[in-house]
Design a protein around this ligand. Structure first.
Ligand SMILES: CC(=O)N[C@H]1[C@@H](OP(=O)(O)OP(=O)(O)OC[C@H]2O[C@@H](n3ccc(=O)[nH]c3=O)[C@H](O)[C@@H]2O)O[C@H](CO)[C@@H](O)[C@@H]1O[C@H](C)C(=O)N[C@@H](C)C(=O)N[C@H](CCC(=O)O)C(=O)O
Ligand SMILES: Nc1ncnc2c1ncn2[C@@H]1O[C@H](COP(=O)(O)OP(=O)(O)OP(=O)(O)O)[C@@H](O)[C@H]1O
Ligand SMILES: N[C@H](CCC[C@H](N)C(=O)O)C(=O)O
Ligand SMILES: [Mg+2]
Length: 486
């Protein structure tokens, strides 16, 4: 148990009713989890408002309530704290509750539209290979050194983050690499954390349903850099025009990386093959198994980070040459008939374009590229026609299908994608709502040497429709379909 006043240290309080010198158990922002002597923080959400559940939390035994508006009826024996921003208060309280675990390790946040999972995972793998105890908080999983935990968000809520950071402290983890999504920054899931550094990968179209304008989306990402302390580093990709924007108001030490511009860290692609690429980094050569220009950026970002964090350059390059693709990122399988299937998590227009550019650059003859792709339901609708256009323009055959329709109609999502297809490409498009059938059709259409891209779900092992998740794994599906054709 902890003293409420200790948990509230650093939170600016507008009003207090009751005693803060009381012992409390846990902090919760979901009334359904509240038990005897817990603290409930009322967060205003996108669907409902935590303030509506204050009474519920008290009935479940809450000893203290943190809210932006005090309820009319105050119950004796319960402490009510009024704050101006519950998300911020929650972030500070969660960090205090776990004794600020982010201060006891080097926490590096990675933000950007694409590449967060790749960069954080590669950094985790690199630092593990270098012999450190390492933590990872990513879309795919959370790693507390060697122990993995499933996750539901790219950036979990602040209580979950601090719980894992605290576990990392207990076993002596020195570095933790964490994805920081724009939703996470906006909902202050990364506030109250002490970052040793932050990395910006790139910015392109995504989540405009949530952030409304591109400028708001960009400024949300920038907040991660605005909040860095002087002791931290800020590393940005300046080939992206928003790279320098991220650095505008940061107190941190600034570093840049680029393939095309002058920068502190530079790389050049010397050779591209299907099984890897040769890069020149700081006058040294690196053979990497990861392909695509976008991966050259990711590799450069991790090389720069390792250098800034004090790893020896030559040793870093040696270990980097051993790094493998991250699950569901350009993961490929070549069938007995010499058909290549690539599963990639490209779920934004930019990512889809990059992957198709990479695939097209690797074609040696007149092999066909068949793309199976869908767009998520209850997510940014404006990216659908753009992705429909890219898939149809850059492939010989595009098959539009479902990708986590959630509460939307799969036909309607596909229709939104079809709306972006230009007249000359319509004959290249097939729409098959059932993802398994879509993948099987692609495999049937493919001939020797053809390339099938299954985009959008990458490492995901489910398809979500109306709140129900059914097992579904793109890699398994496409492999099975190709193997059964022989
Ligand atoms: C749109 C969004 O981000 N929603 C997140 C948000 O939920 P919300 O705003 O909908 O919450 P709400 O349902 O309105 O409830 C408001 C408050 O009332 C509370 N409540 C509610 C009901 C009740 O009975 N009692 C109660 O106390 C809730 O616990 C909540 O605190 O806060 C929740 C708790 O932290 C998150 O789980 C939830 O993520 C949802 C599930 C989600 O899908 N988020 C996605 C969009 C997301 O965050 N994605 C990013 C990655 C994006 C990227 O690609 O960059 C991520 O970081 O994962
Ligand atoms: N640096 C990059 N620039 C552009 N595209 C990239 C980059 N790195 C990866 N991609 C593409 O974007 C896809 C998603 O990559 P990754 O999972 O690393 O991104 P993310 O930022 O973690 O995404 P999310 O927002 O879903 O967490 C990859 O499958 C690949 O197609
Ligand atoms: N982090 C992204 C992942 C999208 C992946 C795609 N398969 C989908 O479900 O839309 C999001 O939550 O928007
Ligand atoms: Mg990710």
């Amino acid at each position: 148990m902890k003293l409420l006043k200790d948990i509230l240290y650093g939170v600016s309080l507008s009003a207090v009713s009751g005693d803060t010198n009381v012992l409390v158990n846990q902090i919760h922002f979901d009334s359904r989890k509240v038990e005897m002597d817990d603290v409930f923080v009322a967060v205003r959400g996108t669907i409902t408002d935590g303030h509506e559940y204050i009474q519920k939390a008290v009935e479940s035994g809450a000893k203290a309530i943190v809210c932006e508006e005090l309820p009319e009826l105050l119950i004796n024996g319960v402490t009510y704290i009024k704050v101006s921003d519950c998300n911020s208060a929650l972030a500070i309280m969660a960090a205090n509750f776990f004794d600020n675990p982010s201060k006891n390790l080097k926490l590096v946040g990675v933000t950007g539209t694409n590449g967060k999972t790749t960069v954080t995972t590669l950094l985790y793998n690199l630092f593990k290979k270098a012999g450190y105890k390492v933590g990872l908080i990513s879309t795919i999983k959370v790693m507390v050194d060697d122990t993995d935990h499933p996750t539901s968000h790219t950036t979990p809520d602040v209580i979950t983050i601090n719980t894992y950071l605290s576990q990392m402290n207990q076993i002596g983890v020195e570095f933790c690499f964490m994805e920081v999504s724009s939703h996470g920054i906006h909902q202050k899931r990364a506030e109250g954390l002490h970052f040793a550094g932050a990395i910006f990968t790139n910015l392109s179209h995504d989540h405009l349903d949530y952030h409304k304008t591109f400028a708001e989306y960009r400024d949300t990402k920038k907040r991660l850099f605005d909040g860095l302390p002087k002791s931290a580093f800020a590393l940005v990709n300046i080939d992206d025009k928003n790279g320098l924007v991220m650095l505008q108001n940061t107190k941190a030490k600034k570093y840049t990386y680029a393939l095309k511009s002058y920068a502190d860290y530079r790389a050049q692609i010397l050779e591209k093959q299907f099984n890897g690429q040769l890069l020149k980094l700081d006058d040294n050569e690196l053979w990497s198994k990861l392909i695509g220009d976008f991966n050259a950026y990711n590799l450069l970002a991790i090389y720069a980070t390792a250098d800034i964090l004090g790893l020896e350059k030559m040793e870093t390059l040696r270990l980097m040459s051993e790094l493998e693709n991250v699950d569901g990122r350009f993961q490929y399988y070549i069938s007995k008939d010499k058909i290549t299937a690539i599963v990639d998590y490209a779920h934004t227009p930019d990512a889809l374009k990059n992957v198709l550019v990479t695939i097209n650059a690797l074609r040696t003859g007149n092999e066909n590229v068949i793309t199976v792709v869908g767009c998520g339901g209850d997510r940014d609708k404006s990216k659908r026609p753009v992705m429909g256009h890219i898939a149809s323009e850059m492939s010989n055959q595009a098959i539009f299908t479902s990708d986590n329709p959630r509460t939307e109609s799969p036909e309607a999502i596909i229709a939104d994608m079809e709306a972006g297809v230009e007249a000359q490409n319509t004959k290249k498009v097939l729409s098959i709502e059932n993802r398994r059938q879509a993948i099987r059709t692609a495999c049937k259409l493919a001939m020797t040497n053809d390339i099938i891209l299954v985009a959008g779900k990458g490492h995901e092992t489910y398809q979500e429709t109306n709140g129900v998740r059914v097992d579904f794994d793109d890699f398994k599906e496409v492999k099975e379909a190709l193997d059964s054709q022989n």
